[in-house]
Design a protein around this ligand. Structure first.
Ligand SMILES: [Zn+2]
Ligand SMILES: [Zn+2]
Length: 216
């Protein structure tokens, strides 16, 4: 089974997640935006062997701790999609703009795209490219656990901002309706900020992408 623990990090209270396969205790860290000592403490207390870092997108609250954590744990970085290269290149400016400590750049060991799979122990996550909030945003989906890590694509009752460079509102709506809804109403999702929800709940009540608005 795939387990997870949300560890809110940075001043943006970003939902960094440690996920792990309970048969092997092999895990991965999704979106280590910062506060990496707390992430490392959790890994140690749980006795997990973290083998990779997974990134949904390269905004600093999600990716700011990546270089340091990858170095500390000697693990590769998988994701996001190549479209977010310019956000990685701009991590310094992001740090300045949002009052973060200076952070190191990194080069993902593997760019991700739709139909890619990411292994975590005996578990496998499907990768879905969901541009709109950023052009290289990806979502991780576990069909065995009925869970999805959606970063800043979708929130309980809201959707991601699209007023950043290369953000696009309609592209984001299309990503959600065309790429996420087909996964099923019962999928619970962990988002970058705030509480979990399910795709069914959002289709029923989300004021921006609910079925009442989209006509689906
Ligand atoms: Zn973001
Ligand atoms: Zn965020």
């Amino acid at each position: 089974m795939l387990n997870y623990e949300i560890i809110p990090v940075t001043a943006f209270v970003q939902n960094c997640c440690v996920i792990w396969c309970d048969q092997t205790n092999i895990g991965a860290v999704v979106d280590p935006g910062g506060d990496i000592e707390r992430i490392e403490d959790f890994i140690e207390v749980k006795g997990l062997t973290v083998e990779k870092i997974l990134l949904t997108h390269a905004h600093i609250d999600h990716a700011g701790g990546t270089a340091q954590l990858a170095k500390n744990l000697s693990v590769p970085i998988e994701g996001p999609h190549r479209g977010d290269q310019f956000w990685i290149d701009a991590l310094d400016q992001q740090a300045q703009m949002f009052g973060f400590a200076p952070c190191e750049k990194f080069s993902p060991n593997r760019w991700l795209n739709t139909n890619d799979k990411v292994r975590v122990g005996n578990e496998s996550l499907d990768v879905i490219h969901c541009p709109g909030h950023t052009p290289g945003h990806v979502v991780f989906h576990s069909s065995s656990a009925n869970l999805a890590w959606v970063g800043d694509v979708l929130f309980a009752g809201s959707i991601g901002r699209t007023d950043f460079p290369q953000g696009d509102h309609q592209t984001l709506i299309d990503s959600i309706c065309n790429n996420l809804w087909p996964l099923g109403n019962d999928i619970e999702f962990i988002c970058g900020h705030g509480a979990n929800s399910t795709f069914g709940q959002e289709r029923a009540s989300n004021p921006l992408v609910g079925d009442a608005v989209t006509g689906l």
